[in-house]
Write a protein that binds this ligand. Structure first.
Ligand code: FAD
Length: 516
C-alpha cells in the first residue's frame, strides 16, 4: 500500500494543475468560494468516510492539492487491503509457495526437504509485513500531510453534514469509502459454530489440522492453497460447479487441476444446509450436486462466501443517498443521488479491488476539486487471483462474448512453448485473447506463472484500443515469460495465412515454397 501515497498521486496525476485554466478554477474554488443562499461556509472541502485504500488516496491527494480534508475512520487506517486482505494473503501465499517448492525441489533437480511449517511463525511474518507497511497509512503521516484524522463511528445528519461523536462535520463534498465486510450466509447453526473470516484468519497462531473453506472464489481458492501447502487438510465447498466462477471454464480448470493435484478436496455444486460443532471440531452439512446429504468435519471453518458493502448505519437516507438492494445508487461518475456525495471502492458495489478503489479516488478528486464532470472510471479493469498458477484477466472473457452475442475470435498460446517457462519447469497454463473479427482486442486472460504481472501489457493494449497485430510487432526480451503476450497475438496473424494467401505471397514475391 506504499504505492497509494499522496506524493505518487500528485506526481502522476497533477499535470492538469499546470493548465492555467485549471489553476484559475482552483483559485476561484478555494480562495473565493461562491456563497449560495448565504449558507455558512462548510468546514471542509472534502470529508472522507473510511480510511482504507480508496479513502486514503482521496485524503492524501486532496490535501496535496490544497483542499481542507478530514478522514473519519471507525477502526484503524489502512482498510481491508492492509490488515485483512491483499497484504496478509499475499504474504501468507509466499510462505506457502516456498514450502511447496521445498517439498517438490526435485522438480529443479535438488533434494526435496520437508518444510515443517509452523503456522504461528508464518503468521508472525505476515504480521511483520503489515507492521512494515503500516507507517505509510498511519494517522501521524496523514496528519503530517494536513489531513484531519478523526476516529469514530458517525452518520449523516443532513445532506451536507456528518456527525461523529457529537462533532458536526460540514463539507462541500463527502466521499463514502467504507469498504466491505465478509458476507455471512444465513444458514442454520452458523451462529453457534466457531468460524473464521478474512478478518480473523491471519490472527491464527494454533495449528490448523483440517480446514473447511466455504467459497471457491478468489479468496477461498487462495486461502485453500495457502493452508494446504502449510500442512492442513483442506476441503472447499461451493454451490457453483467450478472454482473461480467468474472466469472462463478452461482457465479455471488449470487452477482447479493444480489445487486438486496438491490434495485439496472439492465439493462443487453442493449447497450448505447447516453448521454445527465447537472449537476444534466443526461440522458442515451439505447437499451434494446429486442431492445426497453429507457431512464434512474439520478443525477449522473459513467463510469466504462473498462480500457485503459497508453502507449500513451511515444515515444515508437522511443524506438523500439512495440504495437499491443494498447497493448505493451512483452514476457512472461515482456521484450518488446526493450530488455532493460520492461512493468509491468496495462500498460502491462494483469491482472490489484495491486498484479500483485507488482509481475511483483519482476520479473523485478530478470531479470534486477540478469540476471535471466528464472524468469517469476506466472500463478496462484487470484483476488477478494469486493462486499458483495465477489467473489474471482484463476485458471481455470468451464466455461473456458468447453470452452477449459479440462477434469474436479466440486465440490461445501455451506456456509449454515458452522457453523461459520450460527453463523454470513451470509450463502449466496458457494465454488467451479475445478479439473482434478484425483483430481489435476485446479481452485477455492468462493462467500461469506470474500472470498478474504479464497481464499489464494487455491492460495497456486494451486501454489504447489496440489490435492484436500491434503486439506482434513489439520486441519482447528473450527469454522472458512476457513473450507469451506476443506469441498469443501472433496466432491471429498466423490465422490470416490461409493456403490461398500463401499461394499469392509465393506468386508475388517469387518464393519457391517449402520442400515437401
Ligand atoms: C482476503 C482478501 C484478499 C484480497 N486480495 C486482494 C488483492 O490481492 N488485490 C486486490 O486488488 N484486492 C484484494 N482484495 C480486495 C481489497 O482488499 C479491497 O478491494 C480494498 O481494500 C477496497 O478498498 P476500500 O477503500 O473500498 O475499502 P477498505 O480498504 O476496506 O477501507 C474501508 C475503511 O472504511 C472503514 N469503515 C467502514 N465503515 C465505516 C464507518 N461507518 N465509518 C468510518 N469508517 C468506516 C473501515 O474500517 C476501513 O478502514 C482482497 C480482499 C480480501 C478480503
Amino acid at each position: 500500500m506504499g504505492d497509494i501515497l499522496g506524493e505518487r498521486f500528485v506526481a502522476a496525476d497533477l499535470e492538469p494543475m499546470r493548465d492555467p485554466h485549471v489553476e484559475h478554477r482552483l483559485c476561484v474554488r478555494f480562495a473565493h468560494p461562491v456563497r449560495r443562499h448565504r449558507m455558512p461556509k462548510p468546514e471542509f472541502d472534502l470529508v472522507v468516510i473510511g480510511g482504507g485504500a480508496g479513502g486514503l488516496v482521496v485524503a492524501a491527494g486532496g490535501a496535496a492539492l490544497g483542499a481542507r480534508v478530514a478522514v473519519v475512520e471507525k477502526h484503524k487506517l489502512g482498510g481491508d487491503c492492509l490488515w485483512y486482505g491483499c497484504v496478509p494473503s499475499k504474504t501468507l501465499l509466499k510462505s506457502a509457495h516456498i514450502a511447496h517448492n521445498m517439498r517438490h525441489a526435485d522438480r529443479w533437480a535438488l533434494a526435496p526437504s520437508p518444510p515443517q511449517p509452523d503456522l504461528a511463525r508464518v503468521m508472525e511474518r505476515v504480521a511483520g509485513v503489515i507492521r512494515g507497511i503500516e507507517p505509510n497509512d498511519s494517522p501521524e503521516r496523514f496528519r503530517g500531510l494536513g489531513v484531519d484524522v478523526i476516529f469514530g463511528n458517525g452518520r449523516f445528519v443532513g445532506p451536507d453534514a456528518f456527525e461523529v461523536d457529537g462533532r458536526r462535520l460540514t463539507a462541500k463534498t463527502f466521499v463514502i469509502a467504507t469498504g466491505s465486510r465478509p458476507g455471512v450466509p444465513k444458514i442454520p447453526g452458523l451462529d453457534s459454530t466457531p468460524y473464521l473470516t478474512n478478518e480473523t484468519v491471519f490472527d491464527l497462531r494454533e495449528p490448523v489440522p483440517s480446514l473447511i473453506v466455504v467459497g471457491a472464489g478468489p479468496i477461498g481458492s487462495e486461502m485453500a492453497q495457502a493452508f494446504r501447502r502449510l500442512g492442513s487438510e483442506v476441503t472447499v465447498v461451493d454451490i457453483a460447479t467450478q472454482i473461480l466462477p467468474r472466469e472462463d471454464p478452461d482457465l479455471a480448470a488449470v487452477v482447479f487441476s493444480a489445487l486438486e493435484a496438491e490434495g485439496i478436496r472439492f465439493c462443487l455444486g453442493a449447497s450448505v444446509t447447516g453448521f454445527a460443532g465447537r472449537k476444534g471440531d466443526v461440522r458442515v452439512h451439505l447437499r451434494l450436486a446429486d442431492g445426497t446429504p453429507t457431512e464434512l468435519a474439520g478443525s477449522h471453518l473459513l467463510l469466504a462466501a462473498g462480500r457485503t458493502a459497508n453502507v449500513d448505519n451511515l444515515g444515508l437516507d437522511v443524506a438523500g443517498v439512495a440504495l437499491d438492494r443494498g447497493r448505493i445508487v451512483a452514476n457512472d461518475g461515482l456521484r450518488t443521488t446526493n450530488p455532493n456525495i460520492y461512493a468509491i471502492g468496495d462500498a460502491a458495489g462494483g469491482y472490489q479491488f484495491t486498484h479500483v478503489a485507488e482509481h475511483h479516488a483519482g476520479i473523485v478528486l478530478r470531479q470534486a476539486l477540478f469540476r471535471m464532470w466528464w472524468a469517469k472510471p476506466s472500463p478496462v479493469v484487470p484483476w488477478c487471483t494469486f493462486t499458483d498458477p495465477e489467473l489474471a484477466r482484463v476485458g471481455l472473457s470468451e464466455t461473456e462474448a458468447k453470452q452477449r452475442g459479440v462477434a469474436h475470435r479466440v486465440y490461445r498460446f501455451g506456456f509449454d512453448e515458452i522457453d523461459r517457462a520450460r527453463a523454470e519447469s513451470e509450463t502449466e497454463g496458457f494465454a488467451k485473447i479475445v478479439t473482434d473479427p478484425k483483430g481489435r482486442l476485446l479481452g485477455a486472460a492468462i493462467v500461469g506463472p506470474h500472470a498478474g504481472e504479464l497481464i499489464a501489457e494487455y491492460v495497456l493494449a486494451l486501454s489504447k484500443g489496440m489490435n492484436a497485430k500491434d503486439l506482434t510487432g513489439v520486441i519482447h526480451a528473450y527469454p522472458t515469460l512476457a513473450q507469451i503476450n506476443r506469441r498469443v497475438a501472433d496466432q491471429r496473424l498466423k490465422e490470416g495465412l490461409t493456403p490461398t494467401a500463401k499461394t499469392w505471397i509465393q506468386r508475388i514475391f517469387g518464393l519457391r515454397g517449402a520442400r515437401a
